[in-house]
Design a binder for this molecule. Sequence first.
Ligand code: PHE
Length: 464
Amino acid sequence: MSIQRGGFSSRLGFILAAAGSAVGLGNIWKFPFEVGQGGGAAFVVMYLVFCFVLCFPVLVAEIAIGRKTQLNPVGAFKALGYKNWAIVGYLGLASGVLILSFYNVVAAWAFGYFVEILMGHFDIGQRFSEFTKDWITVGSYSVLFMIGTAFVVSRGVSGGIERAAKILMPTLFVMIIALILYALTLPNAMDGIRFYLVPDFSQITGKVVYSALGQAFFSLSLGMGALITYGSYVSKKDNIVTAAASITLLDVGVATLAGFMIFPFVFSQGIETDGGPGLIFVTLPGIFESLGATLGVIVGALFFLLLSFAAFTSTISLLEVPTAYMVDEKKMKRKKATWIVAIFIFLVGIPSMLSVGAVDGLTHFVTLAGAGEKNFMDFIGLIASDTFLPLGGFMIAVFTAYVWKKENFNLEMANGDENHRRSWLQSYVDFAIGYICPVLLGSIFIVTVLDNFLGIKILTMLFG
Ligand code: PHE
């Protein structure tokens, strides 16, 4: 393989890098606040069903397309011989650019919190909105974050991404478990657990289904070709079905654990669950303070540092997608491609950065019929992660089953071995990619988009 593309040095390296992409702010920042806004356990149930039933097969399909073609999402569809389907790749590029543009800002918040807690400023939780409004500080951290991301991506995947993921992911995991144990000792912790685990299905509306589906895709880094791109670096000998299963389990596992950590904290402090994007930033500093000055600084700073690292392995994968496109399709040198794309995305992210308090017109950006008022950043999230990703996933499923064809997909899953005996997982993927994914993804997509953007409530009309 050429130096421009590179490859993962081992199967574990790929799983860790892909899990590093999947596990990020989506699990620890976005998942809890979406659960909080979506009414608790009912959202969790839907999210889990979507991840395992609908997303897992698409995840295998993305990796298969990537490994088969060894290309970026746009090039991959072209290489399989279907030029028109490159539109899915372009949609993926657009999603990647838009998602990274705001993701980088939230990553900057996380890093900023690391610095604040390190200085013993536990009151930063109460000052969350002042903090996000201060665009000079947030802007500086986000410049730093983007530079760091570009630096790793410019050196190629196996050099940077793999090594970073190997050390940091397990540390974060242990830290969350420790915080859960502490959370469970707090007063009212059980109310939090009840909110998180006992579903009230009357909470389910079109808006909630929409965000649960979007969350499943976002959290798995799915639907925009990030895994086509990472799949292009996977060895022809790896079992991609079990690799995809491990990635799904790890990602869902971390998100689920984050919920067990946050909701006892939220209820023990008497904070409203539907606070939105500020939820963990408002809740956690007070919890760290309750550990005492020294321990609080150590645990709190370490937590936000690890959260920043988790975000970092995700921003790397987000930047990798358009960079691989420039390298493969535009024949640009990796270094140059990386920096051009990074600067572009940073500029695209400026309105998002200014939309959380700094500029009024961006803070009160639009009011949608179903989803309500959104600032610019949330609006971009709605378009890119909740709309483009499931749409991309739907198209990838249709493409895999009916254009590329199941025989070819199955052969790729079997590493080219025609006599391979199928596992039950492979049989499920084969079935789901042709029937369950297109039908359910397609219909949920239409219903929820109408609901959110136009306020047409099909679910309510059908089920009352
Ligand atoms: N999955 C990442 C997270 O949960 C975000 C992401 C989305 C990364 C899409 C890459 C592609 O934080």
